[in-house]
Design a protein around this ligand. Structure first.
Ligand SMILES: *[C@@H]1O[C@H](CO)[C@@H](O)[C@H](O)[C@H]1NC(C)=O
Ligand SMILES: *[C@@H]1O[C@H](CO)[C@@H](O)[C@H](O)[C@H]1NC(C)=O
Ligand SMILES: *[C@@H]1O[C@H](CO)[C@@H](O)[C@H](O)[C@H]1NC(C)=O
Ligand SMILES: *[C@@H]1O[C@H](CO)[C@@H](O)[C@H](O)[C@H]1NC(C)=O
Ligand SMILES: *[C@@H]1O[C@H](CO)[C@@H](O)[C@H](O)[C@H]1NC(C)=O
Ligand SMILES: *[C@@H]1O[C@H](CO)[C@@H](O)[C@H](O)[C@H]1NC(C)=O
Ligand SMILES: *[C@@H]1O[C@H](CO)[C@@H](O)[C@H](O)[C@H]1NC(C)=O
Ligand SMILES: *[C@@H]1O[C@H](CO)[C@@H](O)[C@H](O)[C@H]1NC(C)=O
Ligand SMILES: *[C@@H]1O[C@H](CO)[C@@H](O)[C@H](O)[C@H]1NC(C)=O
Length: 422
């Protein structure tokens, strides 16, 4: 018998006894990582984005008519844009039903085309509620909502504003209305962070707010408001660091995120600067555009400066920390970590300024769109998971969201807490 014949016989014998194979020995994506998620609240009513948690554990959310036409108050449908979470599954308009119900609704149909109502004393469409280091709540009213066909109507002076609420007696103590040179009619004021230290350079001593303009219509930037004088100004208009990346595409749960436009073809989503976080010492501001994977920062002194050459100085002081995934909300803890959603990983990551790198913090299959975050004085990171990208604003344009939406929390790394800049 030749060697070749012997080999042939051997290989047929092997084929006959071939083993059934299974995928059991293969490694696979575990899908979960980090501390287990604790479920805090289920939203069955309106579509939420933000979460704010006070030092006593009171919780507040916002419901933006600018992202969901079903959140738009029409004068008689009882929709609210700010609410307190009063049980595990229910919410009540905050600080009152009245302020959430602008007379005649949030849209002014006497203009052509329709525009957002101009009330300074009512909420129009809020994109954030945030607790400041003095435990006061601030509502960021973007002053814009969607009309019944899903068109985002332009803002009117009086709509875009920052409203401070005393949590002890639930009364408004300050309203800062943004001029039309700071909040444009096509701006979308998105998120806000506070530094209340009295010795901040270039300010009145009563603290400042830093705000992102995430407009998908093009004029993105960062806004600074002096909480004492009520003066506000913009920086970084025109910088690519606040703009969406061109032809940007993300995938969530395997689905491509193309954008829909009322009466026009599908296109790319183009959300600009949105997530924002102050470093634990307040000296650096971090931000990301939603339609981008880059993380940027700037020394806050460059933003507070509004002198003649301050814009040149600001644009020259931006740091690029590289790509860190797809993010909406961001937050900070006393480790100095900058937490941010990492939606394509069904998770949350943090950027550590001490080593310049980004690290996964939690992953869970229940995580889809991580919207806004809140770190707390008792050591938790709260975050909403709201299926934003399963709504009608993304391809194929049908509403694939399923109630309820969720609020989770996880303990901060290394037993950290929320840094208080006061
Ligand atoms: C509209 O909002 C109500 C709650 O306010 C909810 O029950 C309903 O499912 C929503 N419809 C859509 C299409 O989101
Ligand atoms: C407001 O919305 C409610 C509920 O969808 C509807 O019944 C009502 O006709 C609307 N009113 C106006 C003025 O559009
Ligand atoms: C729901 O509410 C109850 C009573 O307020 C509380 O004890 C419980 O921990 C809450 N959370 C969940 C997930 O049930
Ligand atoms: C609606 O627009 C008209 C025309 O600009 C203006 O006079 C009126 O004050 C507006 N009303 C509201 C509630 O925005
Ligand atoms: C609410 O409380 C603050 C102090 O906490 C006080 O300054 C303010 O006057 C109170 N407002 C009302 C309407 O009682
Ligand atoms: C500013 O005040 C804070 C306390 O609010 C303090 O920690 C910091 O050192 C002060 N900075 C300067 C430059 O004085
Ligand atoms: C949608 O509604 C807006 C008013 O908000 C109107 O100007 C526009 O013509 C409508 N578009 C379509 C495609 O129906
Ligand atoms: C950076 O620091 C974080 C927090 O200590 C750590 O988890 C991560 O592994 C570090 N990254 C690198 C690349 O060393
Ligand atoms: C966090 O605190 C707990 C007790 O409260 C302690 O057992 C644990 O070692 C601490 N972890 C870290 C990383 O400091």
């Amino acid at each position: 018998m030749s060697v070749n014949t012997l080999l042939g016989l051997l290989s047929s014998a092997l084929l006959c006894t071939a083993q059934v194979i299974t995928s059991d020995p293969l490694i696979k994506d575990p899908g979960v990582y980090g501390p287990p998620l604790e479920l805090v609240h289920l939203y069955y009513d309106e579509f939420p984005t933000g979460i704010a948690v006070s030092s006593t554990g009171r919780m507040f959310s916002n419901y933006p008519g600018g992202l969901d036409k079903n959140d738009t108050n029409n004068g008689s449908n009882g929709k609210y844009t700010i609410a307190e979470l009063v049980s595990n599954t229910t919410e009540t308009p905050y600080p009152s039903a009245e302020i959430n119900n602008p007379p005649g609704g949030a849209i002014n149909y006497t203009t052509y085309p329709p525009s957002a109502a101009n009330y300074q004393n009512y909420f129009i469409g809020s994109q954030s509620i945030v607790i400041d280091p003095a435990d006061r709540a601030w509502v960021l009213d973007t002053g814009r909502v969607q009309s019944p066909n899903g068109t985002l109507v332009p803002a009117s002076y009086g709509g875009p504003k920052l409203v401070g609420i005393n949590l002890n007696n639930n009364t408004i103590f300050k309203t800062i209305v943004f001029p039309t040179t700071v909040a444009y009619s096509d701006s979308y004021l998105n998120d806000v962070r506070f530094d209340l230290r009295a010795n901040l350079s270039g300010t009145s001593g009563q603290g400042v707010a830093y705000i992102t303009d995430s407009s998908s219509e093009g004029r993105n930037g960062l806004i600074v408001a002096d909480l004492g004088t009520g003066n506000s100004w913009r920086h970084l208009d025109g910088s690519p660091t606040v703009h969406p990346v061109q032809q940007w595409l993300a995938y969530l749960w395997g689905m491509p995120l193309y954008g829909t436009n009322v009466g026009r073809p599908f296109s790319y989503l183009a959300f600009g600067s949105d997530g924002i976080a102050l470093s634990a010492d307040g000296e650096t501001l971090y931000w990301k555009a939603v339609s981008s994977r880059y993380l940027y920062s700037i020394p806050t002194v460059r933003l507070r400066d509004n002198s003649a050459t301050s814009e040149l100085m600001a644009q020259g002081a931006i740091n690029n920390h590289g790509e860190t995934g797809i993010t909406d909300g961001m937050e900070t803890d006393t480790n100095g970590f900058i937490y941010h959603g990492n939606m394509e990983q069904n998770g949350i990551s943090f950027f550590n300024p001490a080593n310049g790198s980004d690290t996964i913090f939690v992953r869970d299959p229940r995580i889809n769109w991580v919207d806004t975050m809140s770190t707390t004085t008792n050591g938790y990171l709260y975050f909403t998971v709201n299926q934003l990208t399963f709504g009608p604003a993304t391809y194929p344009g049908t509403d694939r969201r399923k109630r309820p939406f969720a609020l989770f929390r996880v303990p901060l790394a290394n037993n950290a807490t929320r840094p208080l800049l006061i």
